[in-house]
Write a protein that binds this ligand. Structure first.
Ligand code: 13P
Ligand code: SF4
Length: 309
């Protein structure tokens, strides 16, 4: 089947089965184009909590589909590739995180949404990159905080809020690869360009950025800012929406260093294709299935976050 035929068949099945397709900004352009909703991880969780579709097909990575299942446990939540994990979530196994939490018993546990259900079940309140500062500021100022798993986001919000925070030493393989040296080299080539960066980037990269924010916040910034050129230090999938929404601006992907010099893709997000979306919708599998008890424990910290947003 060519793309046109795949899209026609996906749309037909979507209507027949009352399914909604949700996609993250890092997925392939053609996947974003057939989605009913494209957003950052906070917006995706908000939509998943409210949708009246019978089936949620989650075009994204595992933890995002799990979050949708936790928020809508009665719905069928499908994910085209069960193995589409997240290096950041994988850098924080629940068993190890439990030991870390037990070392600091009087701390409030804040976890980034990029975590397994097991980690969420050990958490007091979840956050995403777009509301992390708000979540931290909502906590009693006298309480020390455990933050996991992203050390870069953790250190960034620790600097901004000045809070006492113990930070798990995890990172995302995509954002960790950006280098301030290569960004500065690009800046010499595009002197008028503004640098936008996701807070999962290293401190040295955030230091040279004109704007730091979640995927949705970056998108909003480039739309409203008067600059016409931007160097983008986050996963390259976001460029699709940037060009769609700002047709007369130029977006230059920041190059990662090392072997991956020409590729700042999230391999996991890119596993989702039109072909596997169609197969998944047709067969209604793979499906996210979670134990009811873990759903109950992981739901509370996510609901606390949603109540703040
Ligand atoms: P956002 O919360 O900005 O969508 O980011 C999710 C993510 O996986 C970043 O790598
Ligand atoms: Fe996870 Fe990084 Fe991919 Fe985001 S870009 S889903 S943090 S591996």
């Amino acid at each position: 089947m060519d793309n046109r035929e795949l899209i026609t068949e996906i749309n037909r099945l979507k209507t027949e089965k009352n399914a909604i397709i949700m996609a993250h900004y890092y997925t392939r352009p053609e996947v974003q184009d057939i989605a009913d909703f494209v957003g950052d991880s906070l917006a995706l969780a908000q939509v998943a909590a409210k949708t009246d579709a019978d089936i949620i097909l989650f075009a994204g990575v595992n933890f995002m589909a799990e979050t949708a299942k936790i928020l809508s446990p009665k719905k069928k939540v499908l994910i085209p590739v069960l193995e589409a994990s997240c290096s950041l979530a994988d850098s924080c196994p629940a068993v190890e995180f439990k030991k870390f939490v037990e070392k600091y018993p009087d701390h409030i546990v804040v976890s980034y949404v990029n975590t397994s259900v097991g980690v969420k079940a050990l958490t007091d309140i979840v956050c995403t990159s777009s509301n992390a500062i708000k979540v931290i500021n909502s906590i009693d100022p006298n309480k020390p905080i455990i933050f996991g798993p992203d050390r870069n986001l953790g250190n960034y919000i620790k600097t901004i809020t000045g809070r006492d925070m113990k930070i798990w030493d995890g990172c995302c393989h995509v954002h960790e690869r950006f280098s301030e040296k290569l960004i500065e080299e690009l800046r010499n080539k595009y002197p008028m360009a503004k640098v936008v960066a996701h807070p999962e980037c290293k401190k040295s990269v955030l230091n040279v950025a004109d704007f730091v924010g979640s995927t949705a916040a970056i998108l909003d910034f480039v739309k409203k800012d008067s600059a016409v050129e931007f160097i983008v230090a986050t996963e390259s999938g976001i460029l699709h929406k940037m060009y769609e929404e700002c047709k007369d601006k130029k977006f230059i992907p920041a190059p990662p260093e090392g072997d991956a010099r020409n590729c700042n893709d999230c391999d996991y997000m890119k596993m989702v294709t039109l072909e596997n979306i169609l197969e998944t919708l047709k067969n209604e599998t793979p499906e996210i299935s979670l134990d009811q008890e873990i759903i109950e424990r992981a739901k509370l910290p996510i609901v606390r976050m949603l109540e703040l947003s």
